[in-house]
Design a binder for this molecule. Sequence first.
Ligand code: NAD
Length: 533
Amino acid sequence: MKGRSESSGFLFAGTPLTPHFLFASIYRNKHCPACLRILVRNYSSEDPMHKIQNWIDGQDLDSSEGAWLENRNPHNDEVINLVTNSTSADVDTAVAAAKSAQPEWAGMTPVARGQLLGAIVSEMRNSARELANCVAMETGKPPQDAAGEVGGAILQGDYFAGEGMRLYGRSLTSGMTDKHSHTVRQPRGVAGLIVPANTPIANIAWKTFPALICGNSVVMKAAEDSPGIADLFAKITKRAGLPDGVFNVVHGLGNPAGQRLVEHQDIDVISFTGSTQVGRMIAQTAGQRLARVSVELGGKNPIVVCDDADLNEAAKWVVLSAFSNAGQRCASGSLIVVFDTIYDEFREVLLAATAELTLGVHEGASLGPVINRRQQENIFSALELAKEAGGNILCGGSAPTDSELTAGYYVQPTLVDGLSNDADMVAQELFGPVASVHRVHNIQEALDFCNAGSYGLTSAIHTTNVDRAMWFAQRVKAGVANVNMGTYGSEPHMPFGGFGASGNGTREPGIEALDVYSELKNISFLVRSNLVT
Ligand code: NAD
């Protein structure tokens, strides 16, 4: 089977035009500041709009240039608030604050740091409704999903607060008589954390708690589309008693704000969650100065439905995997791989389950809009190209027509079949409620299809045959392999991360996250037996 490469359609500056150019430009526009939907404007200081400033050394601070970005509600396109647009100099100020606060933070015992994280978690619990409302407003997530995300972030905090009483090292044997060795974890220094908007409070918790428990201070570059939640979290850390300067937030564009963080000599570890395209640049830049880098990147996640699967159950999981959070999950199930003998029957079951979904931001809605207008347009352009490549739109394929949804960035849940295995939509992550359905003859062909892509984040298989399930799970090229479930990620104590273009081999969260944020030291003692009296 021909391999699929996530980068087959990407074109970087200076690359000659190819037939892929149109598709490539759809993706590339996401990362070009000039093409961003948010406008940089100089608002007057009397403007009544709510303004979000940087959070540096325990204080709100405007960017040094006084420029603002608009943050819009994805449900109705209205401006929610204005966000300070940080310059490189603003990032430098935040890094200096973090650097100065770090030694005292690292000097506290891990148990005391854990207790402070526990206080942050308590404040999050007290503010859970406010946090969920903010997530819902900024991302367009239905309320129950926003509340679920806040609950997940709180659990993440619980787990790493408890780590203050563990932070285990290893006790080691030695070939030398009377030598005793053990390992300890020590902080890296200042952690630069860069997050996307898709699950904003979960992303913040996922990185901040392990970074802090290890004794690092933090400068976080918030996502452009979810600045409010980062601001709320910052204020929570202050109320909980975290010393000023230990947690700082800068807002603004990927370049310059994120870029400066990656380049800064005083940033000792960079942890980035976002697209593979940006992750590659970050790994290269930070790698140059030998900073530790963790990049958690995109996914093109397959769900295999075998001929012995419970089709209703499989359809339920496919729908959840493909369309929850409007498909904006790195683990989104976007490749549905179905055995030939049940293909037609399963397609009908899947279409019926998809038809049940409701769009909107009301309680109980199945999915909301995508995060911004640019992303909505990317998806529609990619669907046009998929049609030209021979794809049949089985359902969805356009914006909903209901009057209350037309102003927002909605995309109907969309299923496409008939695409060849090397079509662009099959190779590249779309990050929206779109999945393609593929026919295979047997388990070997299913595995070959799953492993032909360049990503390797999550995978799932539906079967009642335990041998087949185990055979597949052992061989599939993915950091997560789920049997009779969806392409869902981990719980706070489970490692999550991908093979191939989905990351650089690190795992967050779980105990493995400690490897990202700490240095390991091996300490040895020689007992001088002759001196023992
Ligand atoms: P993105 O890469 O465009 O942006 C992510 C963050 O990086 C934003 O804060 C952005 O401002 C910043 N950024 C952009 N350019 C930068 C640069 N040159 N230097 C430093 N920072 C820069 O990603 P996105 O579209 O916002 O998010 C969606 C992507 O995130 C998808 O690919 C998705 O799969 C991935 N994701 C991965 C995981 C995971 O755990 N593997 C989880 C969630 C999302």
